[in-house]
Design a protein around this ligand. Structure first.
Ligand SMILES: [Zn+2]
Ligand SMILES: [Zn+2]
Length: 328
């Protein structure tokens, strides 16, 4: 499914195209795609909130597949093995960020489904050293939503500075937050969920949230940290009002509508706003192990690959139950 130029999801921006799979070059794997999760970032790319890096591009960065061919120099992957591919497609490996365990900040990083073709396809060619091993506990469809929402939610937890047992606010409750909540509960955190949707509030309670409310409702106690998932600066401000002195609000978003102006006293007392950008391979490996241990339950609805436009449109209208996963 190719994206040539951005357009509203309702108009069907993706076009089905037939193309021969490429042979994998040195260091690369050719994967037969078994499932690819749809992320909100894909929607933002398709609708033009995020500028295209190449056109046409095959979107999709939550790929679960089987290795069909390995390129020269690949020693640790065999044909037939299952591999996961996420947002980080590659990094330079030599810059100061890459050499200090911060490859997520590499200025020459490339991203799956943005700089290189992704997983809304029957096959994908990916860097072998960025492919992930997925725990056996998860089948292909259940594993797909872990690869972006799960991994980046996991990094957001770290960026928020929440301690085990602490009071954590989650603002917005889509595919990423519902995985993040399960990890937080596993760490015995008390979780407070703010979302407009009644169905999402119900789901948050069923997964162990202690309190649910609207975005501007004040939780019953000040929070030790919060993570915002909605692409809205007003939500960041609401979270900031709900956190205690010294607390951090981590913004789990690649795109935000704007940052609203606010009185400095809302930030004072050493409150912090932190953005969350991408993830490192170490984050992904650590998260997948924790997810298997808990074990995290993902909820998803499967759509045939040909119906990618339908699934994107459902996501844009807030109708997706958990995460949407495309199946070729
Ligand atoms: Zn994503
Ligand atoms: Zn680098």
């Amino acid at each position: 499914m190719l994206l040539e130029r951005a357009a509203p999801a309702a108009t069907g921006p993706l076009r089905a195209t037939a193309r021969e799979p490429e042979a994998p070059g040195p260091g690369m794997l050719l994967l037969r795609v078994a499932a690819c999760g749809i992320c909100r970032t894909d929607l933002q790319l398709c609708e033009g909130d995020i500028a295209l890096h190449k056109s046409p591009v095959v979107p999709g960065h939550q790929i679960v597949g089987r290795v069909e061919a390995v390129g020269d120099g690949v020693a640790d992957w065999r044909v037939g093995e299952r591999a996961g591919v996420a947002w980080l497609a590659g990094t330079c490996g030599v810059c100061a960020m890459c050499r200090s365990q911060r490859e997520n900040l590499c200025a020459r990083a490339t991203f799956t489904g943005w700089d290189v073709d992704g997983g809304y396809a029957t096959s994908a060619v990916v860097r072998a050293d960025f492919a992930l091993r997925i725990p056996d506990r998860f089948d292909d469809l259940a594993a797909a939503p872990l690869l972006c929402g799960g991994v980046i939610g996991y990094r957001s937890l770290a960026r928020s500075g929440i301690e085990p047992g602490g009071r954590l606010g989650l603002y917005g409750f889509g595919a990423s937050a519902l995985i993040t909540l399960q990890v937080a509960r596993h760490r015995r955190c008390r979780v407070f969920v703010a979302t407009r949707s009644a169905a999402e509030r119900e789901r948050a309670l069923s997964l162990g949230a202690e309190w649910v409310g609207g975005t501007n409702d004040r939780p019953p106690e000040p929070l030790d940290a919060a993570i915002t998932f909605a692409p809205s600066g007003d939500v960041v401000r609401a979270a900031l009002r709900a956190v205690d002195r010294g607390a951090t609000v981590a913004i789990n978003a690649i795109h935000l509508d704007r940052l609203p102006e606010m009185p400095y006293e809302e930030l004072w007392w050493e409150r912090r706003i932190a953005s969350v950008a991408n993830f490192t391979r170490a984050d992904a490996v650590e998260f997948l192990a924790v997810a298997a241990q808990i074990p995290v339950r993902t909820s998803f609805e499967a759509h045939p690959l040909d119906d990618a436009n339908v699934a994107l449109d459902r996501l844009s209208r807030g109708e997706i139950d958990g995460a949407a996963v495309l199946v070729p």
